[in-house]
Design a protein. Structure first.
Length: 257
């Protein structure tokens, strides 16, 4: 058993608190940007456009992720505490909301610059597991999105929450949605790199499957609980996205032609 008593504040500059959660987003974007520019993109014109694209992504991730959390996971609370909606530094971001934000930002960017939408979303898909990994580690440090009670030997006691031994579900997600997903997509990229949209579909499919399964070890949101068929909100949304990913895989795959 491991005792988690990490401070969610990484360091403080005068009265300004710099939290691990914020650093995870910042470095996730930086490392993803470097990976795309140095490894994935070879066209010089696209490299220059990609710098502009990052701005669109940041807005899409922040706005989409926050509004996704507000309206999907806790609308009643935020309608009564409207001023807290912008306070993302305390946590409360929805991955699925961020994904929708990325899609909308990519549509706007690609229409403006007359670029292949799926080429850019493939770049996001290939680099996103880096940010997901860092984000889940930050969730672990923050003692949030913790697991259900268990007696396994590698259980974790989040003493800022309670004295129960729990699954380190954040670490499971960091490994599967971050590390394993990253290498899976790199493997398929060599096969589908010329068929844009395939990597985007595989990202949605694999992420949805991993998220759905790991949610069985993750404590459901306290104010929501389990919804239907003993499934959490995260699992229900993952099913919807999985079906969307499968449909995208079908329409972008050459086998149907």
């Amino acid at each position: 058993m491991f005792i988690n008593n990490f401070d969610p504040v990484a360091f403080q500059v005068f009265s300004l608190e710099i939290r691990w959660y914020s650093l995870a987003y910042i470095f996730g974007l930086i490392f993803g940007w470097i990976y795309c520019k140095k490894v994935l993109i070879r066209n010089q014109v696209i490299k220059k456009l990609f710098d502009d694209y990052i701005t669109y992504l940041i807005i899409g991730i922040i706005v989409g992720g926050r509004l996704g959390y507000v309206f999907i996971y806790n609308p009643k609370y935020f309608l009564n505490n409207f001023s807290e909606i912008p306070m993302i530094w305390y946590g409360g971001m929805s991955f699925h909301g961020a994904l929708i934000g990325i899609i909308l930002a990519s549509v706007i960017f690609c229409k403006k610059h007359k670029q292949d939408f799926f080429y850019f979303t493939d770049l996001v898909a290939l680099s996103a597991p880096i940010g997901i990994f860092l984000g889940r580690i930050a969730n672990f440090i923050n003692s949030e999105l913790y697991g259900r009670e268990t007696d396994i030997t590698w259980s974790v006691k989040f003493i800022q929450i309670d004295n129960l031994n729990r699954h380190p579900s954040q670490i499971y997600e960091a490994l599967f949605e971050g590390v394993i997903l990253f290498f899976l997509l790199q493997f398929f990229y060599n096969k589908f790199s010329k068929n844009t949209g395939m990597i985007s579909s595989l990202f949605i499919i694999f992420y949805s499957v991993f998220r759905f399964l790991i949610e069985f070890t993750r404590a459901p949101d306290f104010h929501l609980g389990l919804i239907i068929f003993n499934l959490s909100m995260g699992q229900i949304i993952s099913i919807i996205f999985l079906l969307s990913g499968l449909y995208l895989f079908y329409i972008r795959n050459d086998f149907k032609k």
